[in-house]
Write a protein that binds this ligand. Sequence first.
Ligand code: NAD
Length: 473
Amino acid sequence: MYRYNQFYIDGTWQAPSSADTIDVLNPANAELCAQTASAQHADVDAAISAAKKAFVTWSRTTATQRSQFINAIADEMQARIDELTDAISTTMGCPRHLALDIQVQGSIDAFRQFADMTSYLDESHTENGIMQIHAPVGVCVLINPWNYPLSQLVGKLGPALATGCTVVLKPAEQTPLQDLILADIADKVGLPAGVLNVITGVGQNIGEYLCSHPDVDMVSFTGSTGAGIKVAQAASTTVKRVCQELGGKSPYIITEDADLEAAVRYGVEDVMINSGQTCCALTRMLVPQSKYDDAVAIAKAVALENVVGDPRSDEVTMGPLSSHLQQQRVRDYIQAGIDEGATLVTGGLDVPEHLQQGAYVLPTIFADVHNDMKIAREEIFGPVLCMIPYQDEQQAITIANDTVFGLSSGVYAKDHASAIAIARQIRAGQCYIQGSYFNTNAPFGGFKQSGNGREWGREGLREFVEVQTFVIE
Ligand code: NAD
């Protein structure tokens, strides 16, 4: 049982202003696994005040100094990799061996990349009597969800520290531990007081207060589209920058001449990883009518390869969903799919006896899905794949774009050139070509209601700077 009854503010662990706490349940067995303090407005004020004070000196550090701190934090994360992995696997249910690889080691490596980007602040460009420089945006509030909690944290914290910003972190209620461990690491490596502050709290209670605070310059938010709208509304009264990374319902087009076995396998594995709780998951698989029956048979076989069970087992490929609440949401969508007349190919509402205490949902595939069904239009955020038939390529592209979201997409065609030609016609921030994978060098973010910001790579860094011009002549 993890117990954190303090916040990390201004370089020290401070007592909360109230005795309220938040319980975190292990989704594999519904047992209490962690308890944290629950921040109130006074704690938010203290954290933001510390970040504001620290910005004065941190924003003037050299690129080398910031780079050294980022590497020192990454070194310490590496030394505590088992602790980080256990914390994430226990709180959100990702199988430990996968959490180690995908959620933690990948995040440490990605964080280290930002140590090489700190000199971005020193770059300047002078032309026609105008000098253009980059200035750190200021005090940043970073709010994250629970599905890849460390990855989402470093995707924001890395560029913020690299560009001389100071931060207040607010992790999801369900997964607070990695942020608190990061605070401990920041303390150990001697990061100046106030540069990194961590408060744990309920988003609905303190989120909008954090976002509307006049001393905050930027909010970087990852989460649901509904909460993202509230964040933007709260931030608007003080005209701060808002970077939104929101939900998705991403299409995946498999063409007539693609390698069907490889393409379907990739698509099913993509949706089922992390129990389907991946914002860019390719949850609408568009398959030519002529290959549809074969594709459904392949998809079913691949889904059944999953071993669902205890996240501590090395044999398990799919753990529970991150909470019993999320399990109920996903089950409601599965029921809606059945009610709407989609064909349940595998999975569904039942789980074996030995998994009934945890928040488990079996890998689920629906065939004969129409794009106007609820299960094709709304983000389910669970291990549920919708297979949609199409008649010709143009219809596939129309269905792909018939969504309010635009986060991600995928195309598997005969070759890269044919896939890219189709990808250019899809309105989404990313497209995975011929079975490629998430890459932390590739700018990531949404079109339409999937958001307006970019994370990772140089574009992700740019979100945290202001362009400042000196008119010389
Ligand atoms: P959520 O929106 O409920 O919560 C996300 C975070 O927002 C949490 O820290 C929560 O405490 C906070 N929050 C909740 N209400 C708030 C409010 N009114 N003001 C400020 N903060 C508030 O989302 P979730 O259910 O935790 O996460 C799943 C969602 O996140 C999915 O929609 C998924 O697609 C999305 N997501 C998007 C990306 C991306 O990069 N686009 C990545 C991962 C997850």
